[in-house]
Design a binder for this molecule. Structure first.
Ligand code: HEC
Length: 298
């Protein structure tokens, strides 16, 4: 049987100190990967307003979904703030830092028309809940304040301490929109997808980092002991899966079908990377020393 690649060195035959460094690297990548999954869950599971990462969360983030704007299908009064903090809205992520109680409080208040009378009251039926004023003070004022906020031109208060209802009301109270959105269908409202700017950001950050450690893991895998057939099968998968993964983030904007590609590519990457990591750890410590080179015929 032919070799997969010309033998470089055999991991098992390297000094223990080298194998230790390699193993720690592999462990860090493995744990880091688990944290990446936790991060995805944490960032996205509230997109559809419910706890737990579901297909709807993915649809909102990568494709967007249409929901009925109201029963009658006539032009509706919309609150600019409500649009921004709804699932898929640009300000949603800021609000999500407060967790479900704060999301519920602000959204319910905005949906009720943002009246001054309930600005300082916790949501009905939840006396221990957070009042909308507190939510805005905690999650929004940092940027939306007149003094030195990043968004000082649409402030909700004079400084980072004080929320002014009149200023909030300008954005929060429903206004009859003259339907600026040209492709808007009557009676239908679009939620998501994430902005192009954000997609550009995560694409470049991920594309310049993930392939690097994927390649390092692959090279180490080639020095490990594994059946040649397994190497042929599993070796190229992570890198190829990344191509489909990154591509699906963009393609899913046009067609929801690519969400399937996104999930399959993500799953294939996770499984094949895990196999490579385990094969490396195994041959660093458990494979019999000496003998033939790693990928030699067997
Ligand atoms: C990190 C800074 C930051 C935080 C925190 C923040 N915003 Fe914003 N906000 C911005 C920026 C920048 C814009 C303009 C860019 C855009 O439209 O995405 C904006 C725009 C808006 C708009 C559109 C109208 C306008 O002012 O231009 C609304 C409404 C809004 N934010 C509401 C909120 C609410 C509600 C919160 C709290 C849940 C919040 N923002 C928290 C920075 C912030």
């Amino acid at each position: 049987m032919p070799q997969l690649v010309p033998a470089m060195f055999r991991l098992r035959d390297l000094p223990a100190s080298v194998r230790l460094v390699v193993s720690v690297f592999i462990a860090l990548i493995g744990v880091g990967f688990l944290f990446a999954q936790a991060n995805i869950y944490h960032r996205h599971h509230l997109a559809d307003g419910k706890v737990g990462l579901t297909f709807d969360d993915l649809r909102i983030i990568y494709h967007g979904i249409e929901v009925p704007a109201d029963e009658t299908g006539s032009p509706v009064a919309t609150s600019r703030m409500l649009d921004m903090v709804r699932p898929g809205g640009d300000m949603r992520k800021n609000l999500e830092q407060g967790g479900l109680p704060e999301i519920t409080s602000l959204v319910a208040w905005l949906e009720s028309g943002a009246p001054e009378s309930t600005f300082d009251s916790p949501p009905a039926g939840e006396p221990s809940g957070v009042a909308p004023r507190r939510v805005i003070a905690r999650r929004c004022l940092r940027c939306h304040n007149a003094e030195d906020g990043e968004k000082a031109d649409t402030p909700y208060g004079p400084d980072i301490f004080e929320v002014d209802y009149q200023l909030v009301a300008l954005m929060a109270r429903p206004q009859l929109s003259e339907s600026a959105d040209a492709d808007a269908k009557p009676g239908v409202r679009m939620i998501g997808p994430q902005t192009i700017a954000h997609l550009v950001l995560i694409t470049h950050v991920h594309m310049l980092s993930i392939p690097v450690f994927t390649l390092i893991v692959y090279v180490l895998f080639l020095t490990a002991d594994f059946p040649v057939r397994l190497g042929r099968l599993v070796g190229p998968v992570p890198m190829l899966a990344l191509v489909f993964d990154f591509a699906s983030w963009w393609l899913a904007r046009f067609s929801e079908g690519f969400l399937i590609m996104l999930m399959v590519a993500g799953g294939a990457y996770a499984v094949s990377l895990a196999i490579q990591l385990l094969a490396i750890l195994h041959s660093a410590w458990l494979a019999p020393p000496g003998g033939s080179s790693p990928t030699a015929a067997r």
